[in-house]
Design a protein. Structure first.
Length: 391
């Protein structure tokens, strides 16, 4: 891609986490800047060089890039016209799929992005409770409602309605929910933040939100269909009031959803949550095919097995390179190395890319059904070489 073409996109790319600064710490000669295609667990840059990929579209792909069943469903939907003026039959059929697979999703509403679906969930919670304050734990997107006190371009009044609770700190979380009391509309949480959730912390979230009359919202954008079909809530046995789903539910096609208790979802008739292309056929068809594959091939179980080998390899690297590595983070299906300083992490990502492996230096690296033992061994070997180069 020409420099003129890159300059035409504000901030280099429309997906912030794909900037050279995010991937490699900054632009550097000889590193991939743009890509031309993807397949399985590999991508090819604009010059045609092949890379083994563990970023996997930021976790949006669990089956592997270009999965044939998903692609075939999408092609059929393109042939059916892509979009129309009435609700497609696919919308209701996919909603029933989710309700059958995830019992706590009684009703569902489709959108296009995780950030959009998270905002919809919070809107529904505020509609149901008549309250405004929200507590969050994790990354919930870029929209105004969940930005901290330092966020530019966000009204101060909006920032004041949001505060954070600490992951896995049961007593502090209890205190913050109790303090918010009858001003609290919702508590939003990610099930995994560098480590699995503590059962006591999950119990406090569920008990305290119920006690103060707030809505408990699970942000399963990264974890749905990956840790289990029903995500982290299924694996860790917590039942939220609302759940937000995205990324892997359509294996890379743009789709997200908010679902949960029917009485809360009924709030869509009392507020306004709508998107012109929320019901285009292609992503809905891709999601139906993805859900079928997730079940038929028992994908979360296989991701756990493959990811366990990657996580073990990360632990071996920590033992061999304690000067640069302080540990590992995450769970087998989504894990990362923890560096003592950002510069070392950036250097390892650079040296890995030069050796043909795309590695995310921050949370998370993702395995897919296209990764096998050979790919895991290649990645661990390349990461070891990259760490050795830091000497």
């Amino acid at each position: 891609m020409s420099d003129a073409a890159l300059d035409a996109v504000a901030g280099f790319t429309s997906t912030g986490s794909k900037r050279p600064e995010a991937l490699f710490g900054g632009p550097e000669a000889g590193l991939p800047r743009t890509m031309s295609r993807s397949s399985g667990c590999r991508v090819w840059d604009a010059e045609g060089k092949e890379y083994l990929d563990f970023i996997m579209a930021l976790g949006a792909v669990a089956l592997g890039y270009g999965h044939p069943d998903v692609n075939a469903a999408a092609v059929r939907a393109i042939g059916d016209g892509v979009v129309g003026s009435l609700p497609p039959t696919l919308e209701g059929e996919l909603a029933l799929d989710f309700r059958r697979l995830i019992p706590w999703v009684e009703q569902v509403r489709f959108l296009k992005t995780g950030a959009e679906a998270m905002a919809a969930a919070v809107r529904l919670a505020r509609t149901a409770t008549g309250r405004e304050a929200v507590l969050g734990c994790g990354y919930h997107g870029w929209l105004d409602w969940c930005q901290g006190q330092e966020a530019r371009g966000v009204p101060a009044g909006t920032r004041a309605l949001y505060a954070e609770v600490p992951f896995n700190d049961a007593e502090r979380t209890r205190e913050l929910i109790s303090r918010a009391g009858d001003t609290l509309a919702a508590v939003v949480f990610e099930p995994v933040i560098l480590e699995p959730p503590n059962p006591e912390w999950l119990a406090v979230l569920r008990e305290e939100t119920t006690r103060v009359g707030a809505v408990l919202i699970a942000d399963e954008i990264k974890t749905i269909g990956r840790l289990a079909i029903g995500g982290g809530c299924e694996r860790f046995e917590v039942r939220p009031d609302l759940v937000v789903m995205g990324k892997a539910i359509a294996n890379g096609f743009p789709l997200a959803a908010v679902g949960g208790r029917a009485d809360l979802m009924a709030g869509v008739t009392r507020t306004w949550i709508s998107s012109t292309l929320a019901t285009e056929f292609v992503s809905l068809a891709a999601s139906r095919a993805t859900l079928a594959a997730l079940q038929a091939r028992r994908v979360p179980e296989q991701l756990g097995r493959v990811g366990a080998r990657l996580l073990d390899g990360f632990r071996e690297l920590v033992q061999r390179h304690p000067r640069h590595l302080r540990g590992v983070g995450g769970v087998p299906e989504m894990c990362c190395l923890l560096f003592h300083d950002e510069a070392a992490g950036a250097r390892v990502a650079v040296e890995s890319a030069r050796r043909g492996v795309l590695f995310k230096r921050s949370p998370y690296n993702f395995v897919s059904m296209a990764h096998g033992e050979r790919e895991i061994e290649q990645a661990i070997g390349v990461l070891g070489e990259a760490l050795e180069s830091l000497r």
